[in-house]
Write a protein of this length. Structure first.
Length: 225
């Protein structure tokens, strides 16, 4: 079961909360789980539990604590608007500093990986280029990936996109990534749209979600040394 811990950002010293779960069985490493704009909702709690069950220590930072501590929003229009406002207010450099604090917390105990969804998918891609101490990263349907495809990557990365995603042109993002990083795997899931890692959501196909998780676990295991 996840507990709530407090970490301090190296950028400004701000103390933010995070979900923290210990691994079941022998530890493979640590995973930083990065939220969508809806905060640490039921889907992030489920993902934290999933990674802990797979043998990872997990930290999921509450990235909007500076603006609304404990923020969680539903996935309707009002929740989207609230979350989007917080995301726009949160400088990317500050978010990456919060992620660095999570990496630094787990790094003494083994390799650290990052996985992020939507807003967090953009941050996972950026963290792979700007944060220190990551062994691999998985980015799910991040809207900022395409426009930041040219960043230098410090670790192996995998990217997951939904063909039916009305917000992110999968082929365009894949082309932008491969123009700069031809070896980065970009997987496009034909049956899924945005947010397909969220089990039970309208755009989630169970086979696609399971396949993306399998490929991400394989990447993390391959880079656990």
């Amino acid at each position: 079961m996840a507990e709530t811990i407090t970490l301090k950002s190296p950028r400004d010293g701000f103390e933010f909360t995070a979900l923290h779960a210990l691994p079941k069985g022998e530890a493979i490493g640590g995973v930083v789980v990065l939220q969508e704009i809806f905060g640490l909702d039921e889907y992030i709690h489920a993902d934290v539990a999933r990674w802990a069950d797979a043998g990872y220590e997990v930290i999921a930072p509450a990235l909007f604590d500076r603006y609304e501590p404990g923020f969680v929003a539903d996935h309707g229009p009002e929740g989207f608007a609230r979350g989007r406002n917080h995301a726009l207010a949160h400088p990317l450099g500050t978010a990456l500093s919060d992620i660095q604090a999570c990496i630094d917390e787990m790094h003494p105990r083994g390799p650290v990986f990052v996985v992020g969804y939507c807003y967090g998918g953009s941050l996972a891609w950026l963290a792979a280029g700007r944060c220190k101490g990551l062994s691999a990263a998985a980015s799910y349907y991040g809207s900022l990936v395409g426009e930041n495809a040219d960043i230098d990557l410090r670790c192996p990365v995998i990217v997951h996109l939904g063909r039916k995603d009305a917000h992110i042109p999968a082929d365009g993002v894949a082309a932008a990534i491969h123009a700069h990083h031809p070896d980065v795997p970009v997987h496009i899931y034909e049956a899924s749209g945005h947010g397909f890692n969220n089990d039970g959501r309208p755009d989630s196909d169970p086979h696609d979600a399971a396949e993306a998780r399998r490929l991400t676990r394989e990447l993390f295991v391959a880079n656990a040394d």
